[in-house]
Design a protein around this ligand. Structure first.
Ligand code: C2E
Ligand code: CA
Ligand code: CA
Length: 744
């Protein structure tokens, strides 16, 4: 090492001082980096920088490119500034990273003194280089940490601010506490909900909001809140002393290593009101706004639990279905509402009126006074039966009522309502528009009815139903012209049962329409069979109400006729009086379709009902059947005799032929002949009988038997012949009926 200036020994000593590298530069022409300026480096300098003598021999100017790219500019600038400075001695002191000989950057500190001549030109620069890598790295880390802390602090401040803004506009109360429950944050919604301001609440314990009786459980509550992470309903004290109910969810986090809590709360009263509304809706019939069946059950159970007697009334509207069918559902709805209002007017405070759905209502009276129950039932029937004006139309419905008394008639809502229902059923059967009290005997009857339904079902599937046939005769020449098909039930135990005993049950059953179709098909099959012997033979078949309510019925009739090759004129459908009372436009349309096809329509039991004669104009008909009560009374009662004459007159006016039913005596027959009645039916000509008997008696000889003819043998065995599947020329059943084999 050669030193061109200064004290070389000192330089050497200093140069060998561990950890301090020395350098010296004789500046020529004021430019330390110029080609003539001379640089020299101590051995320690070389050791510190890891640069060998070969790589950096004395005299060579420092290689700037060894600086770390991030530090090169600052380090070079500090050096050049000091050189350019015109002071006698300028100093620079910089930290920078420089590439070590081992290939890694290390931190160094360079302190340099620049000597200038009088003209301010740099003449010499010497300095020391200290390895500060360890300390500088630590410092850098520290700086980095500081920057991060600062950034976090800013982020924290920003998020605090954002939090505050969100919290301020939140509809939910947001309250934060420290680990001791001291409130640190309180938003506006909390003020709105709880009444206290942030100023009043900050630094107060959140427990002061908990009602005193709940404070002891507050730890448990908090644990519960935290564990489930769900919303809990809790009570809180409002500033005005009210106890309010709040839905609360709790969140927790750490600040400065300490847990903090955030309570987000919402007034639960709105939710509760909504829930109550929903619950109420679920218990309310939307049309009448009366409590529904579920509410009634609930109410009855609650009353039963109290133990004191009370009465339950079950009300069923009579004729409501007809209103619905005739005037449409809107009118039906209006009728229900009017009926509900009228019924409500019959009740006292504390009584309950509920709608079961459909046209059924339930009433729970406050007490067990049966005479009051009877008078309420009477009032309900009277008021509901008053005419209703619905959109300029006059609508008439009625009501039937059943009464049960709790707890005598039932200890549960279901049992009690079932008892009232049994009593109601008795009212319906007893002619409607009346009320019955429940008795155990009625229950027995109901049980019997249930049993009958069950047995009817079996009868349908076992084919226990049969058709009997009763002849119809031309009175003047005693010519058999056809028959009425009459239903019989051949009960396996009870034997043959007449229709009056089972028809009401059958008509209430779900399979009545099915039975009606089968009767029709079987009667048509029989008619087709018998027309082989009596070509003009006409079969009369009784209609069920459901068949007339079914718009597809005419289509099925047509299919059955076609299947059996029968002309429409060979069939006459009998319309009972009860049906005529409640004729709807749809039912009239069905009848019109049938008459247009050529099927005869006979009004059965004519003269017994209350249907006005003006009603007849709207019903397409071809025949009237004088009810047998008039025929049976006509010889002794002038009224009945006049009725027969009147019916014959009406028939003539309407262009309909008339059949007299129930002719039992010769006198009756003669009188009817004199009155101008041409066709008759009754025991005089023949009782209803099985097909085989009928065929044997009335079809074994040529047409036109007198009732005194008593053929002994059947020439056809028609019933058996026709009923046996595949055995006759005619198929056993019509595919229009889905090959149902109920009567096989
Ligand atoms: P209905 O249609 O008026 O039938 C005539 C009823 O009078 C038959 O009673 C018949 O046996 C009876 N009868 C006939 N001639 C005389 C007589 O000279 N004197 C007396 N005292 N009675 C006579 P049945 O067969 O018991 O039928 C009763 C009612 O059952 C029928 O009255 C009819 O409304 C209904 N019904 C019968 N079969 C069917 C059916 O297949 N479908 C429907 N929907 N109803 C039916
Ligand atoms: Ca009839
Ligand atoms: Ca009749």
């Amino acid at each position: 090492m050669t030193f061109k200036s200064g004290n070389p020994e000192v330089f050497r000593l200093l140069g060998e001082h561990a950890g301090v590298g020395l350098w010296d530069c004789l500046v020529v022409d004021g430019d330390p980096l110029g080609p003539d300026s001379f640089w020299s480096w101590s051995s320690e300098y070389r050791r510190l920088t890891g640069v060998t003598m070969d790589e950096m021999p004395d005299g060579v100017r420092p290689r700037g490119h060894r600086y770390h790219p991030d530090d090169a500019e600052a380090a070079t600038a500090a050096f050049l500034n000091a050189v350019a400075d015109s002071g006698t001695i300028s100093r620079y002191d910089i930290n920078f990273r420089m590439l070590h000989g081992d290939g890694a950057y290390r931190w160094f500190r360079a302190i340099g003194n620049v000597t200038h001549d009088a003209a301010g030109i740099a003449t010499r620069i010497c300095g020391v280089l200290i390895d500060v890598h360890e300390s500088e790295t630590a410092a850098e880390l520290q700086r980095h940490a500081n920057r991060e802390v600062e950034r976090l602090a800013q982020a924290h401040a920003a998020s605090q601010e954002r939090f505050r803004q969100i919290a301020a506009t939140s509809p939910d109360a947001i309250v934060c506490t420290d680990k001791n429950g001291i409130i640190t944050f309180w938003n506006d919604a909390a003020t709105r909900g709880i009444g206290f301001t942030a100023r009043e609440m900050i630094a107060r314990n959140i427990l002061t909001l908990v009602p005193p009786d709940m404070r002891s459980a507050s730890h448990h509550l908090r644990r519960q809140l935290m564990e489930s992470g769900k919303v809990h309903e809790l009570d809180a004290l409002h500033r005005d002393g009210r106890r309010i109910s709040i839905d609360i969810s709790l969140s927790t986090w750490f600040e400065d290593g300490e847990p903090c809590f955030g309570f987000i709360g919402r007034d639960a009263s709105e939710r509760k009101a909504k829930e109550a509304l929903l619950a109420d809706l679920a218990r309310r019939d939307p049309l009448t706004e009366l409590p529904n069946r579920a509410a009634l059950d609930y109410w009855i159970e609650a009353r039963l639990a109290e133990g004191s007697p009370f009465c339950v009334l079950m009300v069923d509207l009579d004729g409501f279905k007809e209103v619905n069918d005739t005037f449409g559902h809107e009118a039906g709805d209006a009728a229900l509402k009017i009926a509900a209002e009228r019924m409500a007017a019959c009740l006292r405070d504390g009584d309950l009126l509920a709608r079961f759905g459909g046209d059924e209502f339930g009433i729970v009276l406050t007490d067990g006074d049966e005479s009051r129950a009877a008078s309420v039932a009477g009032a309900v029937i009277r008021t509901v039966s008053l005419p209703m004006e619905i959109e300029t139309m006059q609508v008439a419905i009625g009501a039937s009522v059943g009464i049960a008394v709790a707890p005598r008639d039932g200890r549960h809502a279901a049992a009690l309502l079932s008892a009232a229902d049994v009593a109601l059923y008795a009212s319906k059967k007893g002619g409607r528009g009346c009320f019955h009290r429940f008795t155990p005997q009625l229950r027995q009857r109901a049980v019997f009815n249930d049993a009958i339904q069950c047995q009817l079902r079996r009868a349908v599937s076992n084919g226990e139903f049969e058709l009997f046939y009763q002849p119809q005769y031309h009175i003047c020449d005693h010519r058999m012209i056809g028959a009425e098909a009459l239903l019989r039930w051949r009960h396996p135990r009870e034997g043959l049962i007449a229709p009056d005993s089972f028809l009401p049950s059958l008509e209430r059953s779900v399979f009545v329409s099915h039975v009606g179709d089968i009767v029709l098909e079987k009667a048509c099959r029989q008619a087709a069979n018998w027309r082989g012997l009596a070509p003009d033979f006409r079969m009369a078949v009784n209609l069920f109400a459901v068949q007339l309510r079914d718009r597809t019925f005419p289509g099925r009739v047509s299919a059955i006729l076609a299947w059996h090759g029968l002309p429409a004129a060979a069939l006459e459908l009998e319309l009972p009086e009860t049906l005529r009372l409640h004729m709807t436009a749809d039912m009239t349309a069905v009848l019109s379709e049938l008459t247009e096809m050529g099927v005869g329509i006979a009004l059965d039991d004519f003269g017994t009902g209350h249907a006005s004669l003006s009603h007849l104009q709207h019903i397409p008909l071809t025949r009237l059947k004088i009810d047998r009560s008039f025929v049976q009374g006509m010889m002794s009662s002038t009224v009945d005799a006049a009725a027969v004459e009147a019916i014959l007159l009406i028939g003539r006016r309407l262009g309909a032929s008339v059949v007299a039913e129930g002719i039992e005596t010769q006198e009756q027959e003669e009188q009817l002949l004199m009155d101008g009645c041409s066709v008759g039916q009754g025991y005089l000509f023949g009782r209803p009988m099985p097909a085989s008997d009928f065929a044997a008696r009335f079809l074994s000889q040529s047409r036109g038997h007198s009732p005194s003819d008593r053929p002994t043998e059947s020439i056809l065995g028609a019933e058996n012949h026709a009923a046996r599947p595949g055995s006759g020329q005619l198929p056993s059943s019509c595919p229009a009926l889905d090959a149902r084999s109920l009567f096989q």
